[in-house]
Design a protein around this ligand. Sequence first.
Ligand code: ZN
Length: 129
Amino acid sequence: MAGKAKPKKHTAKELQAKAAAALTNKGGGAAGLVDRKGGAAGHAKFKCPVCGMAAPSEKSGIAHWDSKHPKLTFDFAQWTDQHAVHGGTTQGVAVRGAAKDKSVAELQKTAAGREELARREREKKMVQY
Ligand SMILES: [Zn+2]
């Protein structure tokens, strides 16, 4: 037998799955869903002052204006910047990143945290008996 068949602790597949789970903007409940939809601002940045149609850029705004409102004078200053009004679009609230687990002291500060602590206590007791 050649080589040292050292058992692997992590496979590349496991590590990739872990990284993807931490960095993908998914989950997060209702707040995560709203955020992925761009929050209050939505994804498109600009809003037509005449009909309210969303446009992602000035260029697409001009194209929209030429086809829908050709008789009116184009003034880009009148267009609303939705991202500025609502404080930006998607923030990535559901991205976990390298967030560490909360300490016991941190958990005791919130009702959800205290519930989590109680659940851990019950789990410990289950293991003992
Ligand atoms: Zn329009």
